[in-house]
Design a binder for this molecule. Structure first.
Ligand code: ADP
Ligand code: MN
Ligand code: MN
Ligand code: MN
Length: 375
């Protein structure tokens, strides 16, 4: 059996209990990134009344020695509520609360990339940076094999699955549809979904989001994905190359614009941003997956609609480049660029922080160097 035992528990019984009235009380589920920098943890407490905003939600703590975030002898970590969403599982008035993690000394935990990202976003606030991220993922059965694939073999080769319809093309659409609705209910800025090139591989897009909001919304969308998959008894993997061989990997394309790139003639500012990105390719690769480029090494091969890990490239409508300028943007001469390098399991705070830093904060002397190089 490739779905979990728990997913087979009675849903009729569950509904009876979930419909019981709860008085004035509110359940708040705190969600945070653990020591792996990839997995999310959560725990729930009762609040006396519904919080009106995230500032009404108290700090909390957890045992960091159980999440690879602290030693047992000094294990208490702080949970700082930073973004409140509606809870699509237990419904109003209950909340999901995204948190930053601080160590015992109230310094950011090692995998708390939000802290630094927020500082960068505050510095560039006046340029109104917008991001949109395309989260690709692969559904796996409990046996670790892609969901719906034959037990001892492979489905037909890639071709009919991308944006496909029909039982022989779309594997596990229930999850995609339920996740989409859950995101809308929660207040996540999800803007679309599609079936991907490899069977059982899907994508959802979040955006446009301004500044720090991008990471907040994408992390909570990932939490909802894992949670919906749990209900259905399957697993969503963010591994950038779950199947070796002639199967597409999974990325997290990151689209980026500013007030200047969105304005008439903004293509000039897009080209400028690409010039800057070209000088920092390796630095970006280091923060585009949780293992400093090792994960992306399996994915960015130059095949399967990816660019090379070593070499920076760009082009209009080019899906084999590091940076793609969408065709429409090339025609309108304004809009956004797409960085195709981030891995599916990237930290969106690290990625958006690096893009904002390189494109909008690169030191003046670096810019002069760039101009000399270009002349
Ligand atoms: P693709 O053709 O690369 O598959 P998608 O439709 O999957 O494109 O994703 C497009 C992404 O671009 C979405 O996340 C969307 O929010 C984002 N986006 C659209 N306009 C902008 C913009 N002006 N600035 C930043 N991101 C944008
Ligand atoms: Mn896409
Ligand atoms: Mn895609
Ligand atoms: Mn894309």
């Amino acid at each position: 059996m490739s779905v979990s035992e728990s997913s087979l528990l009675s849903k009729t019984l569950r509904r009876h209990y979930l419909c019981l009235p709860q008085g004035q009380k509110c359940q708040a589920t705190y969600v945070w990134i653990d020591g792996s920098g990839e997995a999310l943890r959560n725990k729930t407490r009762t609040l006396e009344e519904e919080p009106k905003s995230v500032t009404d939600i108290p700090e909390w703590n957890f045992d960091g020695s159980s999440t690879c975030q602290a030693e047992g002898s000094n294990s208490d970590m702080f949970l700082i509520p930073v973004h409140m969403f509606r809870d699509p599982f237990t419904l109003d008035p209950n909340k999901l609360v995204l948190c930053e993690v601080l160590k015992y000394n109230r310094k950011p935990a090692d995998t708390n990339h939000r802290h630094r990202c927020r500082q960068v976003m505050e510095e560039v606030e006046d340029q109104h940076p917008w991001f949109g991220m395309e989260q690709e993922y692969t559904l796996l059965g409990m046996d670790g094999h892609p969901y719906g694939w034959p037990k001892n073999g492979f489905p037909g080769p890639q071709g009919p699955y991308y944006c496909g319809v029909g039982a022989d093309c779309a594997y596990g659409r229930d999850i995609v549809e339920c996740h989409y609705k859950a995101c809308l209910y929660a207040g996540i800025k999800i803007c679309g979904t599609n079936a991907e090139v490899m069977p059982s591989q899907w994508e959802f897009q979040v955006g446009p989001c301004e500044g720090i909001e991008m990471g907040d919304h994408l992390w909570m969308a990932r939490f909802l994905l894992q949670r919906v998959c749990e209900d259905f008894g399957v697993v969503a993997s963010l591994d950038p190359k779950p199947m070796k061989g002639n199967w597409n990997g999974a990325g997290c394309h990151t689209n980026f614009s500013t007030q200047a790139t969105r304005a008439d003639g903004g293509i000039l500012h897009i080209e400028r941003a690409i010039d800057k990105l070209s000088t920092k390719h390796q630095e970006h690769i280091k923060v585009y997956d949780p293992r400093g480029g090792l994960d992306n090494k399996r994915r960015l091969t130059g095949q399967h609609e990816t660019s090379s890990l070593e070499k920076f490239s760009f082009g209009v409508a080019n899906r084999g480049a590091s940076i793609r300028i969408p065709r429409q943007v090339g025609q309108d001469k304004r809009g956004y660029l797409e960085d195709r390098r981030p891995s599916a399991n990237c930290d969106p705070y690290a990625v958006t922080g690096a893009i904002a830093r390189t494109c909008l904060l690169l030191a003046a002397e670096d810019e002069e160097e760039l101009e000399e190089g270009m002349n």
